[in-house]
Design a protein around this ligand. Structure first.
Ligand SMILES: Nc1ncnc2c1ncn2[C@@H]1O[C@H](COP(=O)(O)OP(=O)(O)OP(=O)(O)O)[C@@H](O)[C@H]1O
Length: 319
């Protein structure tokens, strides 16, 4: 590993103002919209976003499978295809690439024979957790086992950069845990990992950094703790006919006030102060306090309604 990283601080992945559009019925759809991103060697970065956010399109660009309309991309300072040709990059994609009539070990051996300096087949089968099913026909493997087989194939070149598109689709809980243990162990040795996921918990648990994308743009970029901080604070809900929104907004620490009919919803750092005000100075009833979580942050940051985005953001996290 680290054979292609140099001491001069060349980023593992660099995207500078990248744009990618596709033809669509009504003209063109912008899948990647002026996206800039720098991933340093050894980082494990989650590319997190809802369906259609542009994750796969970005990954395809980094892998040199398509060309951007505008902007620049490099992988270890090289054009993506050059980096791949040097064995610096491997990918585990969601589908395809497997021949059903070969066994697991035969598949890996076949791919290994195409690499000039492949890792030993037994080693990668072990690392990917499929040594016990080495003799099984690929067509008889479960979805999770097939995914691990793709992972084994990706490990053959001992890549500096591993790109994973929804890597744990089809894996059970144990499979997921083993998979991530292998990824983390390699990250310690300097391997860079960029993975696309819908799973918030997975991004939170295993990434050093979460890049949140929406409509082809980065909407937040930070450590899981920083991204979670976007969702800090609480939501106070109550039934209060004719609520005075201005008075509520004046309570210290209040981020936003939403009034819908008789229901008022207040986002605030100090939920006690809001609840106290509602209960002592107004006729509010059914007062309810809930905390926001990562899921809320994700939904708020990637939702189409601007007002749903958090009002308060740690510096440098929200793009
Ligand atoms: N080959 C294509 N032709 C036309 N439109 C495309 C093509 N590939 C992607 N798109 C469009 O670009 C946008 C981004 O798609 P992309 O697959 O990159 O999103 P994603 O974040 O990977 O989504 P998912 O989580 O569903 O895999 C979507 O609107 C999609 O319909």
């Amino acid at each position: 590993m680290t054979k292609h990283t140099d001491p001069h601080g060349t980023p593992a992945v660099l995207l500078d103002d990248v744009v990618k559009t596709f033809p669509s019925a009504g003209g063109r759809v912008t899948a990647v919209d002026h996206l800039s991103l720098v991933v340093q060697p050894g980082e494990v970065v989650a590319f997190l976003g809802p369906n259609g956010a542009g994750k796969t399109t970005t990954i395809d660009l980094v892998l040199g499978l398509s060309e951007p309309d505008a902007g620049a991309l490099s992988v270890y300072g090289m054009a993506p295809r050059a980096a791949i040709a040097r064995g610096a990059v491997s990918a585990v994609m969601q589908t395809g690439g497997l021949l059903k009539d070969y066994t697991v070990a035969e598949t890996v051996a076949l791919v290994a024979s195409l690499h000039p300096s492949a890792r030993p087949v037994d080693e990668v089968l072990e690392r990917a957790g499929i040594a016990d099913v080495r003799g099984r026909l690929v067509g008889k493997c479960s979805g999770g086992q097939q995914q691990r087989l793709r992972f084994a194939m990706a490990l053959l070149s001992d890549p500096d950069l591993l790109i994973l598109d929804e890597p744990t689709t089809g894996m059970d809980v144990e499979g997921r845990r083993d998979f991530w243990a292998a990824i983390r162990a390699d990250a310690v040795r300097g391997r860079t990992t960029l993975f696309a996921t819908h799973y918030l918990e997975e991004a939170d648990a295993y990434a050093d950094r979460i890049v949140l994308v929406r409509h082809g743009r980065i909407v937040a970029d930070g450590t899981p703790a920083e991204i979670k901080a976007l969702a800090s604070g609480r939501l106070v809900r109550a039934t209060l006919p004719a609520a005075d929104g201005t008075a509520l907004a004046r309570i210290p620490g209040v981020e936003s006030v939403e009034i819908r009919g008789d229901v008022v919803a207040v986002r605030a750092d100090d939920s006690d102060a809001v609840a106290r005000y509602l209960l002592t100075s107004t006729a509010a009833r059914d007062v309810e306090i809930t905390s926001r979580n990562l899921e809320d942050a994700f939904v708020a940051l990637t939702s189409d309604t601007e007002h749903a985005r958090p009002g308060r953001t740690p510096e440098g996290v929200l793009a």
